[in-house]
Design a protein around this ligand. Sequence first.
Ligand SMILES: Cc1ncc(COP(=O)(O)O)c(C=O)c1O
Length: 444
Amino acid sequence: MYQRIVGALQDDIASGRLHQGQSLPTHRALAKALGIDLTTVTRAYAEAQRQGLTEATVGRGTFVKARQQPGPRGPAAPGIDLSMNLPPQPAEADLDGRLAQTLAAVRAESGLAAYLTYQQPGGTAAERQAAAEWMQRLVPGLTPDRLVLAPGTQAALYCILLAHIAPGDTVITERLTYPGFKAAAAAAGVRLIGIDMDEEGIAPAGLDRAARAGAAKAVYLMPTLHNPTTATMSAERRARIAEIISKRGLMLIEDDPYSFLAPGPPPISALVPERAYLAASLSKCLAPGFRTSLVAVPDSAAAVRIASLFRATLQMPAPLMAAVATRWLRDGTANAVVEAVRAEAAARQVLAREVLGRHPYAGHPNGHHIWLPLPASWPAERFAAHLHGKGLAVVTGEAFATDATPPNAIRLALGAARGRAQLSKALEILSDALSVRAPDDNVV
Ligand SMILES: Cc1ncc(COP(=O)(O)O)c(C=O)c1O
């Protein structure tokens, strides 16, 4: 009998019927509801906890700990999934029409099948030239030998770690960091030390202290529109961080998918180019399906090394997509799409402010997401489970945490809504949830 209860918990987590953070009935309530002995329930709960399905907190009860694993067709999605940080696809961007047009042009020029082959792992010479010209707005004077075209920033981050950081070594990050970097570090066996942040991002004193202690060879940062807090560093802060990086002999891994959308001060990499990688993904300003990121590297030897690690892992960007993307960089299409994406992002931020009113949260006028601290009465996992029950998926602070004390907050990806009407609905669900108290524990 106790095993059947554990089996039922497994099934309900797998099907999405039970969500992470959801409270389970007390032992006594479940025994009564099922008409069984209390000790059987106690045994079932102990086994579920042993298997990592649930966790129990003295005085608060038992909660679902495990998450539903995505199946072959993805998770049983709630109606509105604002968990992935996607750019919107506004009609003005005309992505469909522009893709069709560019494919026709490529076809007329060389035939499409010419791209169904292997290519240089770091991009062709022509692609690197186009990418270097586009990147010069961030790193003036960048030459193609100091740039690789990566199959996404994710692949670049992983290969940069493989190239420079031995398993067991440490990289410094902001205390909250991009989950993709956490995943790459975990896969490469690299440990992370998170440093305290303020409203501009990483605190210089904390960075200097960690670097001085000799704990790490490299630092990974998102100075523009930090994911998830949306913080952007001033030029003064960037100069201070660059100074510390030089003085302490650190390598910089700068992740900047956002500054084409939200131009800010020049990247830190422009101040210390000889010790910096700067990954500028096209995922957030054009579309993630391009799987193309423009990566400035410290020198031409680093370009060769990273490209050879692409060959060892993800090989190369899909040639046809890289060809379309770099053509867009050259012919002005990318600028037009970025402009449309930026306008839509701005409109969505206005909408969020209208619906959420005075509820405090952090956002950037052109950003794709907002970061919303929660009252103590609403622990983030339970709040997310509550939203999930209302048909809305968000991400909690835990996904970004580098230690065991995640902030009680959620990230809402405004760009992921199919349109503004869907976004309004999601924001109404969120606003309603914020206005109610957390339901009592142990509701059967
Ligand atoms: C900071 C940051 N870096 C990189 C990425 C993903 O880049 P790519 O799609 O090129 O792997 C994201 C996407 O959410 C991001 O927020």
